[in-house]
Ligand binder design. Structure first.
Ligand code: ZN
Length: 529
């Protein structure tokens, strides 16, 4: 066994070195988005390309593959087979033996995930990787022009090419059922379209009537409250106070201003969140900061002792997004939360003088079907995602031609949201994802909302009166619960299994629908029958 221990130690050392190199790239990217002078762009591109190339070379070094095989031959593969009921994937839904990932050794978890990453990085030939990189750059330019001119025809040939390239990637990586699964796996390891589709389908069936009911509701919020004068300095001070209160640790993190907000982890004690301010709008920066702080709290509470290994990495985008959405929507848009924070906000913003708490809570929860996903409210947001998931899956399956995308988009959009799409810029050209080859990414946004809802119900069941805690400004119990149940595991569990372990049942749409129907039913005065 000493031989195996030595092999594992050598693999860990290599992989951690690669993680350190990769984190240097993250520093450069963060700097580029926050502080870098414009004129530095060309040199920065060279720095980033060099680092990306080196990181890729280190990650795909044949020695990594050799060490992995040695460990797998030495028994870890057998452990993975025995304790996960097969290939490491979650399969209890199909009746196969229930996975026992909780019994896996740390080494087995790391080897499983390193193998997955190594295979994904090495199975696609270099020529294809280079062709994809070239295509993405050109497709992105074509997309920018097409969107500005509201002319899908200019983007169509690029979308055709991207769909073709992504299908080839899927074939290289391999899949059991459909090519889309290999693409989804990049963002949501182990998840398949067949698992996601029924949940999203049922969500769609029940969300659309809720949104219609809200449109015909007797009560309307006064959203003008949120579009008054909110000085940037006061917005920043307030957002920092709230982010710190819910648990974002500013001793191990920063908040900066960018054009397109994100959260990035630069090391075990260094998590950067970002936002942008609009002096005439309260919600954008405030809920943006709470959202990114939710991502940041996840990163800050991964087990630092395992840094650089999968045991200290996030599970998937869908789990990451559940952490941001839980704080943003389930906590940050709740009445209980504002019972504590509203008087404090009134001290900072004269715009809120004389505003009633109920009117403010109604305003921050306004539902209004609209064309643009990134501006969508909590109720309609998921409908935007469902549309994209169904269309991109059909593109990859070959059931939908790129040329027919605008018509399919517009028809389904009207069915879902009751609005006639005026042009492709407001329709199928609005998102950057497809031009960048990010097919399989969209469902993780909806998974984030579904996971957050189910986790919040579990937290309420275990912690007791969570609303009373929020009303008292006590956020530590909820944050610590998330750390105990989600953060501390790193990638030990695949997302589907993690949700099942934490909440006692597989992911379904029930919790999210209960949350949305309950909250909006009450706010909008909808009758329940
Ligand atoms: Zn997010």
């Amino acid at each position: 066994m000493i031989g195996m221990d030595e092999t594992y130690r050598r693999l860990c050392e290599r992989q951690k070195r690669t993680a350190v190199l990769s984190s240097v790239g993250a520093v450069l990217h963060w700097d580029q988005e926050t502080n870098m002078p414009k004129a530095a762009a060309a040199h920065r591109a060279e720095q980033s390309a060099l680092l990306a190339g080196l990181t890729h070379d280190w990650a795909t070094d044949p020695e990594v593959g050799r060490l992995l095989s040695e460990l797998e031959d030495g028994g870890i593969a057998q452990e993975l087979r025995e304790k996960t009921g097969g290939d490491g994937a979650h399969r209890s839904a199909s009746g196969a033996p229930a996975p026992r990932e909780d019994e896996l050794s740390d080494a087995a978890v790391n080897v499983r995930e390193w193998r997955r990453g190594y295979d994904r990085a090495t199975k696609v030939p270099r020529e294809l990787v280079e062709e994809i990189a070239r295509t993405q750059t050109l497709a992105h330019e074509a997309w920018v022009t097409a969107r500005a001119q509201k002319d899908f025809a200019q983007f169509r040939p690029w979308l055709e090419k991207i769909v073709d390239l992504e299908r080839r990637v899927a074939d290289c990586i391999g899949y059991a059922e459909e090519a889309y699964d290999a693409l989804l796996d990049a963002y949501e390891p182990g998840m398949t379209a067949r698992q996601v589709a029924p949940v999203l389908g049922r969500l769609r069936e029940q969300l659309a009537p809720l949104v219609r009911a809200i449109a015909g509701a007797p009560r309307r919020p006064d959203v003008s409250i949120l579009h008054r004068e909110y000085p940037v300095a006061a917005q920043e001070a307030f957002a920092r106070e709230v982010a710190a209160a819910i648990g974002f640790d500013f001793a191990r993190g920063r908040l900066d201003v960018v054009a397109h907000p994100f959260c990035t982890e630069l090391g075990p004690c260094d998590v950067r969140i970002t936002t942008r301010y609009d002096e005439r709008f309260f919600s954008g920066a405030f809920f943006g900061v709470i959202h990114e702080a939710g991502h940041g709290i996840y990163e800050q509470n991964l087990p630092a002792a395992h840094w650089g290994t999968p045991l200290a990495a996030s599970v998937s985008l869908g789990i990451h997004e559940s952490q941001s959405r839980l704080w943003e929507n389930f906590v940050g848009r709740s009445r209980a939360f504002w019972e504590y924070w509203f008087p404090r906000a009134q001290q900072r913003f004269t715009a809120l003088a004389g505003v009633r708490l109920d009117d403010f809570v109604f305003a921050i929860n306004a539902v209004q079907p609209s064309f643009i996903r990134v501006e969508a409210d909590e109720a309609t947001y998921n409908l935007h995602i469902l549309l994209r998931f169904e269309l991109e899956r059909a593109l990859i399956r070959g059931e939908l031609k790129a040329a027919d995308l605008p018509a399919a988009w517009n028809e389904n959009f009207e069915k879902l949201l009751g609005l006639k799409v005026p042009d492709d810029a407001m329709g199928c050209l609005q998102d950057v994802h497809w031009s960048g080859g990010l097919i399989g990414y969209f469902p993780t946004y909806a998974l984030g909302n579904l996971n957050a809802a189910q986790l919040m119900e579990a937290a309420r069941a275990e912690l007791g009166d969570v609303d009373a805690m929020l009303r008292a400004g006590e956020f530590a119990p909820l944050r610590e619960w998330l750390t105990r149940r989600i953060h501390c595991h790193g990638m030990r569990y695949r997302s589907a299994r993690l949700i099942e372990v934490v909440t006692g049942r597989p992911l379904d749409e029930g919790a999210l629908l209960r949350h949305l129907n309950g909250k909006f039913g009450e706010l909008y005065g909808l009758s329940r029958d």
